[in-house]
Design a protein around this ligand. Structure first.
Ligand code: HEM
Length: 446
């Protein structure tokens, strides 16, 4: 019997150009594209990057894909093209049994007890970083907060200070990857044939090889030292799976690359947007400062203060709503399936429109405004109206780590400095995360 349900080819969506589909429109203004596509409905379709995308712009459908029906979907071939360059054997890209055992192992580095032990390092790194900012001087907040979160990540999760040349190598790699993604993967270069030489790709490959060598050195050093830590580096260096096998050298290297990348740029981006908004909103900045003073008095915040830092949390969540570091997620059905009564074939890339849902006025009043207060009252909205950390079994493993860092760093910064905007606007682009570009602000010490 034939299936009478419509297929994705019947879905509405923007018509693209011959051969290249909507690649150019997406590449030029990806965020505007994701907002505009909502006009076609909660399920829309477009072609770009040589494939068919089905865009999901409704929270209950996001829940179905990520949570209740997660077994039906995998990360998909579109994202796997990316993974070839960064940690394809790591937990972000692995699937099935390999993913399950990796996730179980790695979760040991993210238990509440472990996060508590990282909190002091996060505050300490923030204090150190803020102390280096000149009074009255102009800094690129995005760049400085990336340095801060990289330092906090490696000192806490890897129990290792990564400084000087080593930190620069990681930063160069992240920048090279961002430039490649912006220009050639999600950018106009994606319409060029694959044999066409791409400068950004070559530089990204060089930088990746360099960071792989660095990761190899770190592991050797850890194995040669007698340190028996319970940090992630030691965990991987000594890991044994329940069946007695050990992760291969490639897997360990990919795992470390995954955490170096996923674990600092995303949080830095969120912190940067939060500081940018606070600089233009005296009322909420003062409310945050009053909260920190009431909770901490004349000391810096600690892990124990977290439940009371509700304004700091609201500021962080609102920044993550307006500028989610990963503004869209992808999945592909393993078998023919359906979504909202529409047949979806394997090979179709389902794009979960996080950016569009986070700014949809059906769930958010004044969706484009920065209003942290909305997180302080019990507004009735669907659970997946905001999902910056994804959802279901593959939700962000670093979510608790990131929220702890976001709140503690914001509170520590609020005790010491205020910012005045020097850059007049933001120019976000899709790089490793939703990169705000150069964000120049003047530092004032009240
Ligand atoms: C504000 C900061 C962060 C945001 C917004 C964020 C966002 C996300 C999202 C949306 C996913 C799910 C992707 C998907 O389902 O397709 C994810 C997965 C992941 N994140 Fe994060 N992340 C952040 C911080 C971190 C940190 C601090 C770490 C590690 C220290 C981390 C490590 C990972 C890993 C390893 C995965 C893959 C998990 C899996 O597939 O099992 N992230 N993140």
């Amino acid at each position: 019997m034939s299936d009478a349900r419509p297929s994705t080819s019947s879905l509405p969506g923007p018509r693209g150009l011959p051969f290249v589909g909507n690649t150019i429109s997406f590449a030029r203004e990806p965020l505007a594209f994701l907002e505009a596509i909502r006009e076609y409905g909660d399920l829309a379709r477009y072609e770009a990057f040589g494939r068919e995308f089905v865009v999901v712009s409704r929270p209950d459908l996001v829940e179905a894909v990520l949570v209740s029906r997660s077994d039906e979907f995998w990360r998909g071939s579109f994202e796997h093209e990316l993974g070839e360059g960064v940690g394809i054997e790591g937990v972000f890209f692995s699937e099935g049994e390999q993913w399950r055992r990796q996730r179980l192992l790695l979760q040991n580095a993210f238990t509440p007890v472990r996060i508590e032990s990282y909190a002091e390092v996060m505050v300490d790194e923030t204090v150190r970083e803020v102390a280096s900012w000149p009074e009255g001087g102009v800094i690129d907040v995005n760049e400085r907060l990336s340095a801060l979160t990289l330092g906090a990540l490696t000192r806490s999760l890897f129990a290792l200070p990564l400084e000087g040349d080593r930190a620069d190598r990681v930063r160069r790699w992240v920048d090279a990857m961002g430039a490649y993604l912006e220009a050639d993967f999600f950018g106009p270069g994606a319409v060029l044939p694959s044999w066409f030489p791409r400068r950004t790709e070559r530089e990204y490959e060089r930088a990746t090889a360099d960071v792989e060598a660095l990761v190899g050195d770190l592991l050797t050093e850890r194995r040669e030292s007698d340190a028996e830590g319970d940090d992630l580096l030691s965990l991987l260096a000594t890991a044994e799976y329940p069946d007695g096998t050990r992760p291969s050298a490639d897997e360990i290297s990919d795992q470390l690359l995954t955490f170096l990348l996923a674990g600092h740029e995303t949080t830095a981006t969120a912190l940067t947007y939060a500081c940018w908004f606070l600089a233009a909103d005296d009322e909420i900045r003062e409310r945050l400062e009053r909260e920190v003073e009431a909770v901490c008095g004349d000391r810096d915040p600690t892990f124990a203060d977290l439940p009371e830092l509700t304004v700091a949390e609201a500021v962080g969540r609102e920044a993550l709503r307006l500028y989610p570091p990963l503004p869209f997620l992808h999945r592909e059905p393993r078998e023919p399936t359906s979504l909202d009564g529409v047949r979806v074939a394997p090979g179709t890339t389902i794009q979960l429109n996080m950016y569009g849902i986070h700014r949809d006025e059906r769930w958010w009043a004044a969706p484009d405004s920065f209003r942290p207060e909305r997180w302080l009252d019990d507004a009735d909205r669907p659970e997946y109206a905001s999902f910056p950390f994804g959802g279901g079994p593959r939700h962000c493993i670093g979510m608790r780590f990131a929220m702890t860092e976001l709140k503690l760093s914001l509170a520590t910064i609020a005790r010491r400095v205020r910012f005045d905007r020097v850059s007049t606007s933001l120019d976000p682009s899709i790089e490793v995360s939703l990169d705000p570009g150069t964000v120049e602000m003047r530092v004032r010490r009240p």
